[in-house]
Design a protein around this ligand. Sequence first.
Ligand code: GLP
Length: 240
Amino acid sequence: MKVIVTKNAKELANEALKVMLEVVKSNPSAIIGLATGSSPIGLYKSMIADHLENGTSYADIKTVNLDEYVGIDESNDQSYIYFMKDNLFNHININLDNTNLPCGKVDDMQAECDSYTSLLNSMPQDIQLLGIGANGHIGFNEPGTAFDSTTHIVELEEGTRLDNARFFASLDDVPKYAITMGIANITNAKKVLVVANGANKAKAVYEMVKGEVSESCPASVLRDHKDVVLVIDEDAASML
Ligand code: GLP
């Protein structure tokens, strides 16, 4: 695992951008796995700025996203599909038909899980971007999730709901369930780029980099992956 410790948010975004652009430029029709949450926002801003300034094209890029809340759809500004359009897709020349997220509002959620796994099998990620939860979760794979899991429905931990409540009007509005790529779908990516900042991520970063490889810290699975780049700030690196 390559660890890059940066001094501030701008440097973090720049370092992450370099990793992302290496993939996008070497393969203009690459499949990139994307993430939501606050951690990737700086990178998305840098991708947009680079697209506008340097003309990096996403015309043939395909995307798959990690996860989505269950029970809300695109009309809800807290849905991850809304987030992706708002923070990235609407500002680069990507074809929306080439973007994929699991849907959190269908009658048969198990069928949605199965079809998302089939989709991922047919389009393995050249790179997967990840944030990390304070408890070490990746996507919405909470501690205890099997390393061989594929797309599934998860009941969110109380701590995860509390962490994400800042984006909602109240804790009651935070969905209790989510649909997420499984851990096997994530580690299937050729390359994994993890971004994390802030002291509240220090313990999870420590567990991922130096702790035991164990299902109690989902991110620790990345230690067995052959190509992982971790870009973090000094606060997130403070326990390393
Ligand atoms: C959510 C997302 C994860 C993300 C995590 C951390 O739970 N499902 O993909 O990595 O939050 O979020 P943040 O980057 O806002 O700290």
